[in-house]
Write a protein that binds this ligand. Structure first.
Ligand SMILES: Cc1ncc(COP(=O)(O)O)c(C=O)c1O
Length: 418
């Protein structure tokens, strides 16, 4: 058996990872056209409008509302779903802050459900266990390109009359039983930040079929202005608070060009992730990133888990060893579950106050603490995350597999010799 690179042996990853340009002439052409319009305001220009139409068409839905970020799109989705002060919204503890910011800005209360240990998505049973008379919505996070168990979640939502907002920031072209994630709940929300499958620097969008939800989202993303009204006097008839999350024509131009690349990007990432899973299948102590039953994953990242006892190595040792083999990786993902952040533990969302947790419209007590979602915490303690990129090659995939196999075999043998 070849020596670990960590101990002076040859690296398993022998070639540099594939690279490529995300932006090119296509983006430039749309940007030039946007500037030629002599306006960068979405309502007066055509790029954002065209983008909305094209994305809705790609997703087979009636409407798309562009926004300034993924965080903004989730806030818009929640606003359109009617989430307001004192409501509880059930979501995932392993996600970006952007999932919960909109909940808090609506003066609503995030409630965290535990996760499936291998898909890293919300466990329907845990969701149901967290429902109270205050629950208004479920914000489903489809993590890393992998769909959540939507049949079970939609069934719960129906039984308890809950809205379902899907956070697809990490999950473009992600399918659940033949349906695209983002089209199953009431609203699907996406991010165009620079780390996502496609980028416009920053940006986001909401998709939906329901006309009333669309009208609400459209207004909510733009200060609750009634731009669709024929009556000019109606524009500023503001009936309640909404932010300004408008997308500019520059973002719309880049986003339009990026849409043409989306299918290819997701296909490449899907193949890469599936290939890694196949290549490390059956290794003792290593648990591949499991795709939800009936799902098709567009792998925003790949995250496997380690059973330290079975493998005979700590997660940290394995992570270091893999890095020495030439495979960049991260031991874990976010540093702790979202509910462990000081904002939650100290209930300090609006600085120096206990809003929204102490809101009179909530009228209940909630506490956030370590141990709240044990499976999610265990995932973060035992996961190793490796990057996925559409420009990675088959050789990259094979060398990464080789690195994981080589390190795992070394530690298993070492354990046997002890
Ligand atoms: C799951 C998830 N939700 C929401 C967001 C927020 O998106 P944005 O950064 O575009 O605001 C992100 C971004 O990292 C995310 O990964």
């Amino acid at each position: 058996m070849s020596e670990l690179a960590l101990l002076g042996g040859e690296k398993a990853k022998k070639s540099p990872f594939g690279k490529g340009k995300r932006f090119g002439k296509e983006e430039l052409k749309h940007l030039e056209e946007a500037l030629e319009q002599n306006t960068l305001f979405y309502w007066n220009g055509n790029k954002v409008k065209e983008f909305n139409e094209k994305f809705a068409q790609m997703y087979g839905v009636k409407h798309c509302v562009a926004a300034s970020s993924g965080t903004a799109s989730i806030h818009v989705g929640l606003g359109a779903a009617g989430v307001t002060a004192g409501d509880e919204v059930i979501t995932s503890p392993i996600t970006d802050m952007g999932s919960v910011i909109g909940i808090l800005y609506q003066n609503a209360i995030p409630v965290f459900a535990d996760l499936d240990p291998h898909t890293y998505n919300m466990d329907p049973e845990s969701i149901e266990g967290k429902i109270t008379e205050k629950t208004k919505a479920v914000l489903v996070v489809h993590l890393a390109g992998n769909p959540a168990d939507m049949d079970a979640i939609m069934n719960i939502a129906k039984r308890y009359n809950l809205k379902v907002v899907e956070d697809c920031a990490q999950s473009y072209m992600c399918y659940y039983k033949g349906r695209l994630a983002g089209t199953i709940g009431d609203v699907g929300c996406f991010s165009l930040n620079d780390f996502k499958h496609i980028s416009s620097g920053d940006g986001g969008m909401c998709i939906m079929n329901d006309e009333d939800t669309f009208l609400k989202a459209f207004k909510f993303a733009d200060k609750n202005y009634s731009r669709l009204s024929q009556d000019a006097q109606a524009l500023r008839k503001i009936d309640f608070l909404a932010p300004n999350y408008r997308m500019t024509e520059l973002q719309g131009a880049v986003a339009l060009a990026q849409l043409d690349k989306l299918e290819w990007i997701c296909q490449k990432r899907h193949e890469y992730g599936e290939g890694i899973s196949k290549g490390i299948e059956g290794l003792q102590g290593i648990y591949p990133h499991m795709v939800t039953d009936g799902g098709r994953c567009s792998f925003w990242f790949y995250m496997f888990r380690i059973n330290e006892r079975e493998l005979g190595a700590s997660r940290e040792e394995f992570s270091k060893s893999l890095a020495a083999e030439g495979v960049p990786n991260q031991a874990g993902y976010i540093p702790a579950c979202v509910y462990e952040y000081e904002l939650f533990v100290k209930k300090n969302a609006y600085q120096g106050t206990d809003c929204p947790f102490g809101c009179k419209f909530y009228g209940k007590d909630i506490n956030y603490y370590k141990g709240m979602c044990p499976v999610a915490e265990e995932i973060l303690d035992t996961a190793v995350r490796i990057p996925v990129n559409e420009f990675y090659t088959k050789q990259d995939m094979n060398e990464v597999i080789e690195a994981i196999r080589k390190a795992a075999k070394y530690y298993i043998l070492r354990k046997l010799k002890k």
